[in-house]
Design a protein around this ligand. Structure first.
Ligand code: PGA
Length: 249
């Protein structure tokens, strides 16, 4: 049985004092769950978040990283830097980074390799645009993203990776993929991993759904055969709402 994972993605929201309060409130509500709970928070909140989450079952992640260890890359933060303060997870290849910050399948692959070298666990995002879905290309697009993201990654390393399927048209729009459509695409991803690796690796891989997940739809989504939890944006900004999602399965 795969574990359930619920990851919040705060995006560019929350000041340190808000982050501390949020984690205190959330941790009290989710302390008895065996689901894995991760908060991916802005760089400026990481240190406060890590301190506040100590001795709780909340894990802390970043939302991006550079693939080089150090050097003349003004404004960037490396995997080594994240690891040095105790960060455990890092989102890689979120569609907003692909769309607004020129992230490509190639940089996604480099970042995954660098994250693994620094013992960070990558949460790798894939997903099709509305146009790609409307023209029926969604499966090819997502399979190709998976193939390129995982190029040169061993099956031992794949066990440290979480995949998040996030159809771009469902992010922040209030439009959720139906649980059936999301589950079908996640099965397609699992099959692609099976063809790239083997059955055991594919069956063990944690694959999340993301895109307008909220407490009203999380149970249905997370109870399907292949969806192992969610990557939650907007609904991860309120502790009570996020706690409900964390506890819905
Ligand atoms: P949303 O965002 O839940 O606000 O749609 C999800 C994401 O972008 O990870």
């Amino acid at each position: 049985m795969r574990r359930k994972v619920i990851a919040g993605n705060w995006k560019m929201n929350m000041l340190p004092n808000e982050a501390i309060k949020f984690i205190e409130e959330l941790s009290a509500q989710v302390k008895n769950t065996s689901n894995e709970i991760i908060l991916c928070i802005p760089y400026t909140d990481l240190f406060y978040g890590l301190l506040t989450a100590q001795n709780t079952n909340i894990k802390i992640g970043a939302q991006n990283m550079h693939w080089e260890e150090k050097g003349a890359y003004t404004g960037e933060v490396s995997g080594q830097m994240l690891k040095s303060i105790g960060v455990e997870y890092v989102i890689i290849g979120h569609s907003e980074r692909r769309q607004y910050f020129a992230e490509t399948d190639e940089t996604v692959n480099k970042k995954i390799k660098s994250a693994l070298q620094n013992e960070l666990k990558p949460i790798v995002c894939v997903g099709e645009s509305l146009e790609q879905r409307e023209t029926g290309n969604q499966e090819e697009v997502v399979k190709n993203q998976i193939k390129l993201a995982l190029e040169g990654i061993t099956k031992e390393d794949l066990s440290k990776i979480i995949i998040a399927y996030e159809p771009i048209w469902a992010i922040g729009t209030g439009k959720t993929a139906t649980s059936n459509d999301a589950n079908e695409m996640i099965k397609t991803i699992r099959n692609e991993v099976l063809s790239l690796y083997n059955e055991e690796t594919a069956q063990k891989l944690i694959i999340l759904y993301g895109g307008s997940v909220k407490s009203e739809n999380s149970k249905e989504l997370f109870s399907t055969s292949d969806i192992d939890g969610g990557l939650v944006g907007g609904a991860s900004l309120k502790p009570d709402e996020f706690a409900k999602i964390c506890l819905s399965v």
